[in-house]
Each structure stands twice: as structure tokens, then as C-alpha cells.
Write a protein that binds this ligand. Structure first.
Ligand SMILES: Cc1cc2nc3c(=O)[nH]c(=O)nc-3n(C[C@H](O)[C@H](O)[C@H](O)COP(=O)(O)OP(=O)(O)OC[C@H]3O[C@@H](n4cnc5c(N)ncnc54)[C@H](O)[C@@H]3O)c2cc1C
Length: 392
């Protein structure tokens, strides 16, 4: 008789590893699988916000943190005017391959089994008391499944949902790495402790430059409908930054990936299957942050399933409803307000005008990086204080 796992988690990004670690720590027999061999490269800015660090519930090993971030700088559409705001701790920049490998190790330490190089292919049967699934390395059986397989989720596809979200609900983000010797990097990035965000002339777009030890991660994200112009914009953006830092121009290798904008319809899963992280469409549509939402949703998914599997009479079939309610309470309200802000601020020109006229308003970005209820607090404040004074 084939072994039945309590939980199979598909995808070992932040959402999957966090789900596997949480469920294993609750005593479930957990199998975590990923189609890639680890460590694997991951296209990302690598900024783990302070709220994501707290959601992780683990100390990041010192070797993993590239730079401790303590200030945020917003650069205007002219590429020069900027407003900076400082806080005691805004997060860490990390190499995503290293972060994700560390999170897998922690899941294994908690008792999960990890199978790299194993791709989920399909759900064969979910009608009986368990799920049979087909992978590139044979069939498996489990009482429950978490699909944490990213923005083009095959698990969501197997549930009859579209793989990936429609273009109008998706952002495209491009990123690249540049070498920058530490002394120059520390000059440019205020001691290496500042992350730069750039207001770009595109709808719903942000550019960024994040300091690593001796490299800079730069990139931009925008509504995927503008995808055709992004490579050219990225080339100009990378060139302009290098010129402004006074360094010899480097050829940059640009990588891109889709980001599902959160705040629209949420995909919690169906039957014994829950979706988490990008697979569930949980990325902040204003800032582009996804790691925090992946960690929180992975944990909520595992806790929900552990509760259902461990309670006599409580079937995992109730899990999607319970999980959706937990995500609604904690994450979806924020994502909807973030979406409203993304739509209101459009190309960010007005946003920058408002911030440069009232630099204290940059506190919003500090709050977004540190406070899981940042948007609610900001909207509440705006309602209490009335409409902001007209900018310039
Ligand atoms: C250019 C760019 C920059 C970004 N910068 C930031 C940032 O600085 N900070 C931030 O917070 N967020 C950032 N994000 C968003 C962030 O990267 C994602 O939201 C986050 O990685 C989501 O985590 P996840 O675990 O849901 O999915 P992922 O990290 O995408 O992990 C999914 C895993 O599933 C595996 N997988 C896929 N299909 C299968 C299959 N069929 N079978 C088995 N395994 C499978 C993949 O190999 C992968 O390991 C950025 C995104 C992009 C594109």
C-alpha cells in the first residue's frame, strides 16, 4: 500500500517552505517538493521587509543578510529630486537563492521531507478521502495539498483556475545585478543602508535600486499591459543609474517574471487543496512586495490544515473556507487598500509631488515595510484628518 502523506506542499519558495515548516512543527508528516534543484536562482529584488522578517519567526543567519536597511529614498520622475526617510529597521536585502535554501533547511529541521527536482504535474483523483497526484518522479498520495508554486501555478491550473492571472491583474517586473565596489556603494546608498525607489512615467510602476554587499539589485515593475516598452525602459534606467553613480557602464543581464496583483478576487483553493503566496495571487499591487504575503499565507494555510486534520470530525474539505476567512481578516483588507492606492496614484507623478511638498508623508513607505496594517492606518488617518492639502 502506498504511503499517504498528511500534507504535500508544492513549491519551495517562501510560501511553501513556511507552510511545510509550520505543518511539520504541528506534527504532520509533510513532503515539500520543488521542480528545481536547490539552491536555485530566483528573479527578485531580494528586499525582505521588516514585517516579512517578523512573519518569518526566525532569525536570519548573519551570512544571509547582504545589507541592513534603515532608510528609504523616493526619487522623483526627473531622476534627481529625492526625499529620504529613516527608521531604526526597515528590513534586509538578501540573495533569494540563499534565502530560499535556508527556508527549506528550516522546514527540514522541523521534520518535513524535501524532494528537489520533482515537478507537480496533475491531480489524478481527489474524490476519495485523500488526493492522488502525479509528479515527474512518480505518483503520491496525501490527505491535503498546498499549492505554493508561484505566479504560474500548475496546482491552480489543476483546480480548473487559470494558470497565472489575466494580464490586467498582473504586473511584469524586470531585474538585474550590477557590481559596485563597497566604498562607492556605501557613498551612493548612504552607508549601504538605504533602498531607493523611483517614480517612473508608467502606470502603476516603480523602479528600485537595492544595495547588496558589493552589488546593486536594480529593476522595475509595471502593469503587464505596458510589457512591450519595459525592456527599453529598463536599459535606459540601468544606464542612467550607472552614469549618475559615475561607474563604467556594465552590460546587464535582465531577468523578468510576472507578479499577480493582489486585492482582486482571492484564490484560496478547493476541496483539500489550498493555494498560498503568488499562487493565490497575493502580492502588494502598490509596492510589489510578495515575500511577506507568501510567508503569512503559507503559515495560515498550514495552520488551517493542521487544525482540520488534527480535529476529529473536521474534514480538510472545510479548509478553503476557513483559510479564506483567515486571509480576509489578515491580508486581503490591506491588499485592497494597496490596490486603491495604486489606482489613485497612477503614474506616481502626483504621489511624488505630494511627498516632496510634505516629506513627512514618506512615512507611508516606512509603514508599508514595517507594519502589517500600514494601509488601514494610513486610510484611517486620511479619513480622520480630511483630504490632504493640495500639493504644489
Ligand atoms: C523582479 C521581481 C522582484 C521582486 N522583488 C521583491 C522584493 O524585493 N521583495 C518582495 O517581498 N517581493 C519581491 N518580489 C515578489 C516575490 O518574489 C514573490 O512574491 C515571492 O517569491 C512569492 O513567493 P512564493 O513562495 O509564493 O513563490 P515563489 O518564490 O515563486 O516559489 C515558487 C516555487 O515553486 C516551484 N514550482 C513552480 N512550479 C512547480 C511545479 N509544477 N512543481 C514543483 N515546483 C514548482 C518553483 O521552482 C519555485 O521554487 C519580486 C518579484 C519579481 C518578479
Amino acid at each position: 500500500m502506498q504511503h499517504v502523506w498528511d500534507l504535500v506542499v508544492v513549491g519551495a519558495g517562501p510560501a511553501g517552505s513556511q507552510a511545510a515548516r509550520t505543518a511539520a512543527a504541528r506534527g504532520l508528516r509533510v513532503l515539500l517538493l520543488d521542480k528545481e534543484e536547490f539552491p536555485r536562482p530566483k528573479t527578485c529584488g531580494g528586499l525582505v521587509s521588516a514585517k516579512a522578517c517578523a512573519a518569518l519567526g526566525l532569525r536570519l543567519p548573519t551570512a544571509l543578510g547582504e545589507r541592513r536597511i534603515e532608510s528609504v529614498r523616493l526619487v522623483g520622475p526627473d531622476g534627481e529630486t529625492a526625499v529620504t526617510r529613516t527608521a531604526p529597521f526597515l528590513g534586509w536585502t538578501v540573495d533569494r537563492a540563499a534565502l530560499d535554501a535556508f527556508l527549506v533547511e528550516e522546514a527540514v529541521r522541523a521534520g518535513a521531507e524535501f524532494r528537489p527536482g520533482t515537478a507537480f504535474l496533475s491531480i489524478e483523483n481527489a474524490a476519495s478521502g485523500h488526493i492522488s497526484l502525479r509528479t515527474s518522479r512518480g505518483n503520491l498520495r496525501a490527505y491535503a495539498l498546498v499549492g505554493a508554486d508561484g505566479s504560474l501555478s500548475s496546482v491552480a491550473g489543476a483546480l480548473g483556475q487559470s494558470r497565472g492571472l489575466p494580464a490586467w491583474r498582473t504586473a511584469l517586473a524586470l531585474s538585474a545585478m550590477l557590481s559596485l565596489p563597497a566604498p562607492r556603494l556605501e557613498e551612493v546608498f548612504n552607508g549601504g543602508r538605504t533602498v531607493n525607489f523611483y517614480c517612473l512615467p508608467l502606470p502603476y510602476a516603480f523602479g528600485w535600486a537595492f544595495p547588496y554587499r558589493e552589488r546593486v539589485n536594480l529593476g522595475l515593475g509595471a502593469w503587464s499591459g505596458a510589457g512591450a516598452v519595459l525592456p527599453q525602459l529598463m536599459a535606459g534606467f540601468a544606464r542612467q543609474l550607472q552614469l549618475s553613480w559615475g561607474i563604467t557602464l556594465q552590460a546587464v543581464e535582465v531577468r523578468g517574471a510576472y507578479l499577480p496583483a493582489g486585492g482582486f478576487v482571492f484564490r484560496p483553493g478547493r476541496g483539500r487543496v489550498l493555494l498560498a503566496g503568488d499562487a493565490a495571487g497575493l502580492v502588494d499591487p502598490f509596492s510589489g512586495e510578495g515575500i511577506y504575503f507568501a510567508l503569512r499565507s503559507g503559515k495560515l494555510a498550514a495552520e488551517t490544515l493542521a487544525g482540520c486534520l488534527g480535529t476529529p470530525g473536521a474534514s480538510p474539505n472545510y479548509a478553503p473556507r476557513l483559510y479564506a476567512a483567515a486571509c480576509r481578516r489578515e491580508l486581503l483588507g490591506e491588499l485592497r487598500l494597496a490596490l486603491a492606492l495604486a489606482i489613485l496614484t497612477g503614474t506616481k507623478r502626483r504621489f511624488f509631488r505630494s511627498i516632496s511638498a510634505h516629506p513627512e508623508r514618506l512615512e507611508l513607505l516606512v509603514q508599508i515595510m514595517t507594519n502589517p496594517r500600514a494601509y488601514r492606518a494610513a486610510f484611517f488617518r486620511a479619513q480622520t484628518l480630511g483630504p490632504p492639502a493640495r500639493a504644489g
